[in-house]
Unconditional design. Structure first.
Length: 761
């Protein structure tokens, strides 16, 4: 009986002591993790739960919370609960909390729902960026918070005093004890910038080794602990008075406050809680039909196909699609376009779009790289994926492996894509590097089966037990696997027989049609203009128009020439082989030629530089590189040079035909250069009749007859143009200044076919 009395008294005193500390602002923290405990971001959920793979669902909260948001979250949570109970599985609802500005009453309604237990559903707040203001309350209402390493969370009041009821609601989130990483003192520091927060490590008197714990306290709480005789070996100021209470992800995890885990992507969050990849689709549980579009990637992957797919992705996102199925059937292609597409696809999650790769037959090389960038990969049972080793065409026509440094660089990029989407990095690297050996391994603590390279196993400090090598990576073979084997290796989902089964797996109603992205008139025009024959014709038409403009300065042919060259660069720009560099080089070259023609008479540095710049821009616009590094690149340069050479030959032939036959065509014969002292008839230029009987040299007599004669300009001289001298229409050149039409000019010099005039004032 006496023992019972002492137990009661001890309990009353302990309760009174705890109450005193609570009112003084003391926050009880988490026990300190042992030095050899799990690393930040790698700990697994330890709550008791039914066995088996858990159900999961990610939802992205909008920047403005409203009743529709609350309805969507509650429907999803209840749907998760119902399915989890039916299948006797765990359930996790992960909410991505983004920056925003929402009324407090809307945030409060959502927080009240989240802070009230939904049996069988664990709520997780995933904070990938900086979140302040009222939206922080949503994260605090969840059972756990996961932050990106560089994310920030806090400063609820934004420097403005909250209503007492609102402040009490926020503080009460800590008192509910649903999230053990929260405390009343911590929330007071996030609410009031004038509060100072301290992080302390406590050693209880006579405590067992390793029984230390950490707490977040106010200054008054620290004083209470000291008066109580607690051993405090370490004190840190984690928030100074007068500063916003904003906490960094890495720091939160190191101090064991606010965030339970650190993860830099949704895939890592899903891995933390053992969630299937389908949980990343935001309509997987609720049954809402996703807004889906299908984009085909078939045939060789080249710059033109890359730009076409990029345009289709932009159109799909702009059209409101949240699920894009990439139907891939390709032997691969060029490395650059493949990596560019893979990067774009892997970033679709940031645009709230789920990317799925559907491979009915095969995805090799660059096509496999693109598939690795998708959130989910589905193959038909007999479809294959892999073999992404980079190769190049040598001078003897044989394909050879590129240098080791390029193979290593590609393998690292593929490993990054796989890691980003929660797939074994080593297996992705083995698709490109046939020397990379990969092993099936087993985690010694939790029995997880995974696939690692020898270097990864060694770096894990005996965390994994090596089971067996992956046979597809042995004997210098590039990893290439079928649909079922890809699923076994955790590279893809369970195989699907056809597209209808894929729709069912993705939650798309069977009766719904998934539209296939079609080529628009822009895509068709770009395709046609990029054909080699059409490219040559376009350049030839531009040069012919310039030729006519030089002989018949009406402005119309200049517009046609500008249109031809504009279409050339536009098609190459959208085709992926040209950029702003080529356009700027062409404009600079044209500017140099204009200076040579209109400002600096003659032919010199500006003229030669202009021609070289224009030729260089045209060649670069027909290839995807600046400096060739491989034989394929050299062939690309040869194609550009050959195209321009054929265009030049065609232009010379056209000029010869014009000089031979155009004089016989009425009106157009005025476009042919007419030597002074000659006239045109059906057989070409002839010496004027009044000069036929002269015994002197006709050319010399022509020069003498023209010098000093006067006439009128028929076109603008800039500085070349046409003028009427007597009864003759001649091609003339001014002294270097512009002369408008209708002005009186005088011939001052004749050298060969060059007739120089000056304006008479």
């Amino acid at each position: 009986m006496a023992g019972f009395g002492r137990w009661v008294v001890r309990g009353l005193l302990s309760g009174l002591f705890a109450l005193t500390l609570g009112t003084a602002g003391v926050a009880w923290g988490q026990p300190v993790a042992p030095a050899d405990g799990p690393a930040a971001g790698q700990a697994k959920v330890a709550d008791p739960a039914p066995p088996g793979e858990p159900l999961g669902q990610f939802l992205t909260l909008p920047g403005v919370i409203d009743d529709a948001t609350l309805g969507r979250v509650s429907r999803t949570a209840l749907a998760l609960q119902a399915r989890a109970q039916q299948e006797q599985r765990r359930a996790v609802l992960a909410l991505e909390v983004v920056p925003g500005s929402s009324p407090f009453h809307q945030v409060r309604g959502l927080a009240k729902f989240l802070s009230a237990d939904v049996p069988g559903v664990r709520t997780i707040a995933w904070v990938p960026g900086k979140v302040t203001g009222n939206h922080v309350i949503i994260a605090l209402a969840c059972q756990e918070i996961v932050m990106a390493p560089n994310a920030e969370l806090g400063d609820i009041s934004l420097g403005q005093a909250l209503d007492p009821d609102e402040q009490a609601f926020v503080v009460n989130l800590a008192n509910r004890r649903r999230n053990n990483a929260l405390s009343e003192a911590l929330l007071l520091g996030m609410l009031d910038r004038q509060r100072e927060l301290l992080w302390v490590r406590l050693e209880p008197p006579g405590g067992a080794p390793g029984s230390s714990e950490t707490r977040v306290v106010l200054r008054s709480g620290l004083e209470d602990l000291q008066r109580a005789g607690m051993v405090i070996p370490e004190v840190r100021i984690i928030k100074e008075a007068g500063t916003p209470g904003v906490f960094h992800g890495d720091r939160c995890r190191a101090l064991h406050i606010l965030a339970a885990h650190v993860a830099d992507s949704r895939q890592k969050v899903a891995e933390l809680y053992g969630l299937p990849s389908e949980s990343l689709r935001e309509t997987a549980i609720t049954g809402e039909a996703p807004r889906t579009i299908r984009i085909a990637i078939d045939g060789p992957i080249e710059p033109q196909l890359e730009q076409y797919v990029q345009r289709q992705i932009s159109r799909a996102v702009a059209g409101g699609a949240n699920l894009i199925i990439f139907e891939i059937d390709s032997p691969g292609g060029m490395l650059g376009p493949s990596l560019n597409l893979a990067a774009t696809v892997s970033e679709l999650k940031r645009r709230k779009v789920h990317a799925v790769a559907w491979i009915p037959k095969a995805a090799y090389s660059g096509a496999a790289i693109i598939a690795l960038g998708c959130d989910e990969i589905y193959l038909a049972p007999d479809a294959t994926i892999g073999d992404a080793e980079p190769i190049e065409l040598k001078a003897d026509g044989q394909f050879e492996r590129v240098p080791e440094k390029l193979v290593s660089a590609l393998a690292q990029q593929m490993e990054h894509l796989a890691d980003l989407k929660g797939r074994p990095k080593a297996l992705a690297g083995a698709m490109a590097d046939k020397d990379l050996r990969v092993f099936q391994v087993k985690n010694k603590q939790n029995g997880k089966i995974w696939y690692l390279s020898e270097a990864e196993i060694h770096a894990a400090n005996e965390e994994w037990e090596q089971v067996a090598p992956v046979p597809e990576c042995e004997n210098n073979r590039l990893l290439t696997v079928s649909g079922q084997r890809a699923h076994e290796l955790r590279l893809a989902e369970t195989p699907v027989a056809d597209f209808n089964e894929l729709k069912s797996r993705l939650g798309i109603p069977t009766e719904d049609l998934v539209p296939l992205a079609q080529r628009t008139w822009v895509d068709e025009l770009v395709y046609v203009l990029n054909l080699r024959f059409i490219t040559g014709l376009l350049l030839l038409a531009g040069l012919v128009a310039l030729y006519f403009e030089a002989h018949f300065p009406s402005g119309l042919f200049g517009i046609i020439a500008a249109l031809c060259f504009g279409l050339f660069f536009w098609s190459k720009f959208l085709g992926g082989s040209a950029g702003w560099l080529e356009v700027l080089l062409f404009l600079l070259g044209a500017g140099c030629l204009a200076l040579e023609i209109f400002v600096v008479p003659g032919f010199g540095v500006f003229g030669l530089s202009g021609i070289l710049l224009c030729l260089a821009s045209l060649i670069l616009a027909m290839q995807t590189f600046v400096i060739p590094h491989t034989m394929n690149d050299l062939y690309g340069v040869g194609y550009g040079v050959l195209t321009l050479s054929l265009v030049g030959i065609g232009m010379l032939g056209f000029a010869g035909l014009v000089g031979r036959y155009l004089p016989s065509i009425p009106f157009l014969n005025q476009m042919v250069l007419e030597p002074p002292g000659f006239h045109l008839d059906d057989n070409g230029p002839r010496l004027r009749p009044d000069l036929v009987d002269e015994p002197a040299n006709p050319m010399l007599q022509r020069d003498v007859a023209l010098v000093g004669r006067r006439g009128q300009t028929m076109t603008v001289l800039r500085p070349s143009g046409r003028a009427r001298i007597g009864e003759d229409y001649l091609d003339v050149v001014s002294e270097g200044v512009f002369i408008p039409p209708g002005r009186t000019v005088e011939v001052i010099e004749v050298v060969g076919n060059r007739v120089v005039v000056r304006e008479l004032t």
